[in-house]
Design a protein around this ligand. Structure first.
Ligand SMILES: *Cc1c(COP(=O)(O)O)cnc(C)c1O
Length: 373
């Protein structure tokens, strides 16, 4: 491997429109969680999503936590989440004293399977958490119908899918609340950061209270509920405003990256590539490859061989039912979610950063071809 030729799996794109806004925070001293960029960021992002309110928080995980708590569900209520996801989803459900119930995902979109959601509903089910996976939206047409029929709330996890669409409607405005992450590897970033968007005034009030220690507006330092300090800073929000102004460019880059990979890899029968359903707009957060069953090695070995050629990769999620910390709590005993298990063992994602060049994509694809043939 030549020095400096390592291709990282993800790099953020911080535009030259960022510095003037951050400079303003520094020069005016508005560096904490008050200041003009917080409401501006909340307003711009919620509007982009087609929601009335945005509540900025410290990261995507805390967004899920306050969203689940804002629902005010009775303890022991069941919430349907995908088995194939990040642990943040399960943590948010557990912290709201609710019970996560798993469903497996579609083998092509890797998003929760609506048929299985319907089958998992019991008399205790109160909510569904669709997670738009790696940029592809969940089939919200089906989820919305199921939720309406059974009177269930919907909290979207859109942390990987800024700007993804279902029949022309952007994710984030489709359920009761939607949660975003602005971590450095997401489609837009504030370094660390998150937001809940909603069109429900009561949820918005509760979210604002929960992120700021549940101070009572009428009497400072008097509390009737346990809250959190999950505030975002004005400095981060300044970065966020600059990022929202460039989000369409970021999405264009992700879709171009996916097209370039697809053109170079689609004839290889040994790997499955991301798809885009005809009702969906995929924003291709990260470009995933899944090894066919007849490839004589797994994703760990695949990653090792690519790394030797200077190509960085990351494994896909390990299912919630395979997490020791959740099993120890007596959850998901004896359960199996075959699509999730297969993705965890056979899949990885390749360099997908916003600054990736066509030449780098050529190198990644040449390495992939080399390794699997
Ligand atoms: C990144 C991510 C989160 C968590 O966001 P953080 O900002 O890292 O806490 C939640 N859900 C999904 C699907 C994610 O990809």
């Amino acid at each position: 491997m030549e020095p400096g030729s390592f291709i990282p799996v993800s790099e953020p794109l911080i535009g030259d429109n960022t510095l003037p806004l951050v400079k303003e925070c520094v020069e005016t001293g508005w560096v904490s969680s008050e200041g003009r960029f917080i409401p501006e960021f909340e307003g711009k992002w919620s509007q982009y999503c087609g929601a009335a309110h945005g509540v900025a928080v410290s990261n995507g995980t805390t967004a899920l936590q306050v969203a689940m708590k804002a629902l005010n569900l009775e303890p022991g209520s069941e919430v349907i989440i995908p088995s194939y996801t990040i642990i943040s989803c399960a943590i948010a459900v557990l912290e709201a004293d609710c019970v996560p119930v798993l469903v497996d995902c579609d083998p092509e979109t890797w998003c929760m399977d609506p048929d299985q959601v319907e089958a998992a509903i019991t008399s205790r089910t109160r909510a569904i958490m669709p997670v738009h996976m790696f940029g592809h939206p969940v089939d919200m047409r089906r989820i919305l119908k199921i939720a309406a029929r059974h009177d269930l709330r919907i909290v979207e996890d859109a942390a990987e899918a800024h700007g993804a669409e279902v029949e022309g409607r952007r994710v984030g405005g489709l359920g009761d609340m939607a949660c975003f992450s602005f971590y450095a590897n997401k489609i837009i970033t504030t370094g660390e950061g998150g937001m809940v968007v909603t069109s429900n005034d009561d949820y918005a009030d509760r979210l604002r209270s929960l992120r700021n220690l549940c101070f009572r507006p009428e009497r400072r330092f008097y509390h009737t509920e346990i809250g959190h300090n999950y505030r975002l800073t004005n400095l981060q929000a300044a970065v966020g405003v600059a990022q929202v102004n460039r989000v369409d460019d970021h999405i264009r880059r992700k879709r171009q990256m996916a097209k370039a990979y697809h053109e170079r890899l689609s004839e290889l029968p040994q790997i499955a590539l991301p798809v885009e359903r005809d009702w969906a707009k995929n924003v291709y957060w990260m470009y995933c490859l899944v090894l066919a069953d007849d490839v004589p090695f797994d994703a760990v070995e695949f990653a090792k061989r690519l790394r030797a050629k200077g190509i960085d990769t990351r494994p896909l999620f390990l299912g919630m039912h395979e997490q020791p910390v959740l099993r120890e709590r007596g959850l998901f005993a004896g359960s199996s979610y075959p699509v999730t298990e297969r993705l965890a063992r056979r899949g990885l994602y390749v360099p997908s950063g916003l600054t990736l060049t066509e030449m780098q994509i050529d190198r990644v694809c040449a390495a992939v071809r080399d390794v699997i043939s």
